[in-house]
Design a protein around this ligand. Structure first.
Ligand SMILES: Cc1ncc(COP(=O)(O)O)c(C=O)c1O
Length: 381
């Protein structure tokens, strides 16, 4: 990302600050949540202070909906907060490999891991790709397994006419600075379930009943608890993961540009793929319904020398990149107890991404000539 907060965002924020005396979670947060729900195509949304917080709350909600099942299937090619949310809530993470085409869970492998202990599938729509198929969504529904969607990197990706983040019981988004739109820091939890929405809002605010924003539910529960102060009924295990009115104001403004920015990101990605060598790099991505996040260089074949030379070209041209893309989380020190050789063998594509891929930032201000120049430099290899 070069600059995602424009002068008009700053001016808008200054105008807001001049006239408001309310800065904590308030009417602007509610307005942003409503506008976000409409844009996404869901009934309810909860604005939180990060995508990681959205992950944390979502998996914590599963603890309340749980029927004693203990396993959650997820990719190892994801962000740490997805895995941490699962472990933190006391569930067992079951890691499954990904496809190169959309960098998402391999559905056939997921099917093999499902058993009577499977509570949920926590899919990551990674790097702007839609990670689901209609067949798989139907299959998960039939099995009565929860589907949780992490869409933190893929705002606006689609399966058919519907956006990613509308298929599962809960979906998560991040508005971190480098993403498709930003609130500086921020995240969203979206759902079509009133019960889940109530839990998300309470868990965001210390678990307090009054934060559920559901008057009938509040009245009913106050009646049941005469021994407690009405305003301080800690109904559910909660955190403080609220954002502020300031971030919501930025978000409302940024949302207006989101569709346009997605279009430019996808155009950039196509230019990149059109100019990139197909003999060296993997280019067969599922572009339908994508909302590109980054420009990936994935070697077709394992070749450490070639990979080193590619990194050399990027270094010499001062092109910033992230090695291994999201990488294999199992290799990270915080998951050392999962790092068994047998496990790594099962995650072949994840391992390939870890050792033979990099991505370069894509964003709405990236100019076509710079993308072509990058590809021309790589062509010389
Ligand atoms: C897939 C995924 N999930 C969750 C997060 C966490 O979001 P945040 O940085 O807003 O906490 C990220 C971060 O970018 C991410 O890429």
């Amino acid at each position: 990302m070069s600059n995602n907060i424009l002068l008009k965002d700053k001016n808008n924020l200054i105008q807001f600050i001049k006239k408001t005396n309310k800065f904590t979670n308030g009417p602007k947060v509610i307005e942003f949540e409503k506008k976000w729900s409409k844009w996404l195509g869901v009934k309810y949304s909860t604005f939180v202070n990060s995508g990681a917080s959205a992950n944390l709350i979502s998996i914590n909600i599963l603890k309340e909906l749980n029927n004693n099942k203990k396993e959650i299937i997820l990719p190892a090619f994801t962000w740490s907060s997805d895995v941490v949310a699962v472990i933190n809530a006391g569930f067992k993470p079951i890691f499954v490999d990904i496809n190169f085409e959309n960098l998402a869970l391999n559905e056939n492998l997921v099917r093999k891991k499902i058993n009577k202990n499977t509570l949920a599938i926590f899919i990551t729509h990674a790097m702007g790709f839609n990670g689901l198929t209609k067949k798989f969504v139907e299959f998960v529904k039939k099995k009565k397994i929860y589907l949780i969607e992490d869409v933190c990197e893929s705002h606006g990706a689609k399966l058919g006419k519907k956006k990613a983040g509308t298929f599962g019981e809960i979906s998560n988004f991040s508005f971190y600075y480098g993403h498709h739109m930003t609130t500086v820091e921020g995240g969203m939890i979206s759902t079509n379930s009133k019960k889940i929405d109530r839990l998300a809002k309470m868990k965001r605010g210390h678990g307090l009943l009054r934060d559920s924003q559901d008057n009938n539910f509040i009245k009913e529960n106050i009646k049941k608890r005469k021994d407690l102060n009405n305003d301080f009924i800690f109904y559910t295990e909660g955190f403080n993961l609220r954002s502020t009115e300031l971030s919501a104001v930025i978000g409302i403004n940024q949302l207006k540009r989101l569709n346009r920015n997605i279009k430019i990101r996808n155009q950039n990605h196509k230019i990149f793929l059109n100019h990139l060598r197909g003999d060296i790099f993997f280019k067969d991505f599922k572009l339908k319904g994508a909302s590109n996040y980054g420009l990936h260089l994935i070697l077709r074949k394992k070749n450490s020398n070639l990979f080193k030379r590619i990194l050399g070209i990027l270094d010499r041209n001062l092109i910033e990149y992230r090695l291994g893309s999201l990488g294999n989380q199992i290799r990270q020190p915080y998951l050392r107890k999962f790092k068994k050789k047998s496990y790594l063998k099962l995650l072949k594509n994840t391992e390939h991404m870890h050792f033979y891929s990099v991505y370069i930032g894509n964003h709405q201000a990236l100019d076509k000539n710079r993308i072509i120049k990058l590809c021309n430099n790589l062509d010389k290899i």
